[in-house]
Ligand binder design. Sequence first.
Ligand code: AMP
Length: 503
Amino acid sequence: MSNHLFDEILARISDPDKVFLETLDGATLTYQEVLDRSAQFANALVSLGVAPDDRVAVQVEKTPEALMLYLATVRAGAVFLPLNTAYTPAEIGYFLNDAEPKVFVCDPSRAEELQTQSERAGAKLVTLDGEGQGSLRELADTASTVIEDAARDPGDLAAILYTSGTTGRSKGAMLSHENLASNSRTLVDYWRFTGKDVLLHALPIFHTHGLFVATNVTLMAGGSLLFLPKFDLDAVLRLLPRATAMMGVPTFYIRLLGSKAFDKELVSQMRLFISGSAPLSAEVHREFRERTGHAILERYGMTETNMNTSNPYEGERRAGTVGFPLPGVGLRIVDPQTGHPVPDGDVGVIEVKGANVFKGYWRMPEKTEEEFRSDGYFVTGDMGRIDERGYVSIVGRDKDLIISGGFNVYPAEVEALIDELPGVGECAVIGVPHPDFGEGVVAVLAAKPGDIVTPENVRGALAGSLAKFKQPKKVHVVDALPRNTMGKIQKNVLRDRYRGDFS
Ligand code: AMP
């Protein structure tokens, strides 16, 4: 019987003894063990009553067992629902009530406080800890390695991932087997992944980037993972000489550049550095290239759509852009008010369509309808433009757009100029209420370690290069910008912090 996603990502096992994954302590998991362990976890889930279409909610540390649990859920025909390890019990309560999973897997240290929430939502609670031990592991250890995978069609649900939801309620994006499989096929091909690849995996696995992009692509190509529980600079520097590829968020690359030990020699056998989930500044791109000879390949995606665009494997990887629409992805830039495409080169909202785009928001039909056009395009909420050569750039989320004195200010334009100033490590440009202009432009930045930047320098340097309405009226220099676990700058936190700047 065919289980679409599982068959697609594990169809090419030519050598069952090949190592799929190695952890920091040198423990390994071969492809045969992936098949056996995921079957055992799948049988454990079935023994807990999990049937096709049931949700399996999971809030656990990053371990090989957690990855097996993902594959097991797919094999059991159920819907994998990973949750950020930073979520509080109250937040978990919301997700459990909303998703009504059959099983909830959490760290044993949280089992007691989450038991009631879990029961209330009708879920059986089992545990898995940061060492891969717990009551679920015990069930799996004694379960059979033989399983008949649940039959799943391309359109059946494989996962629900809740969006980070910085405004309003978090929404569950429903991803089908084919949403995931098609994107993986495209990326393996576009980024030239093969069985020879060794991917340094330091991303979390509760998010699309580390879970689907990194894991599915490596499995589908028959490659290997160097599997780190998190980004640890020393461990990454130690393992880089054994890797051929790395996927990261911009902060990973900024941190690598901050280390003197990070040089050309160390990455001589690497073939590809990929960045995404947040904007990579042109400055970091340039510095990285100077230091290592590698042009980081930046791509753009989101939970709802998997990956949409990528800089080319061969050909120019243009700093500050996210490249071209991937094969099979329709992408257009429209006027947010009229919904009509904007003239070439103008800024508008990015809309995408393709086999990669999700099926809608879990139990939110109105929200789903609002965000899809009648011709099937999904409104991403990201503002962007396409340059004369077809490269797409992101200028910010539509809700981050600043309207000052009636004029649009795209934060990315101002941020790019500030990033170039000597001594600037990172920056964010936001709009906060202003009595005369509606919103006033505010820049928040952190200096590079050991450097000093003053607000006066920044304002002076920008005066000649930006129209007055785009120039920050206030500049704050801070130690570090608030970022979430995916390295995204939390502009909502900054807007709250500085909302009194002009009052
Ligand atoms: P998430 O659903 O958590 O993956 O977040 C998706 C959002 O991250 C997108 O809608 C973009 O706003 C942002 N994003 C992802 N990749 C990039 C990129 N390369 N450059 C700029 N923003 C990005």
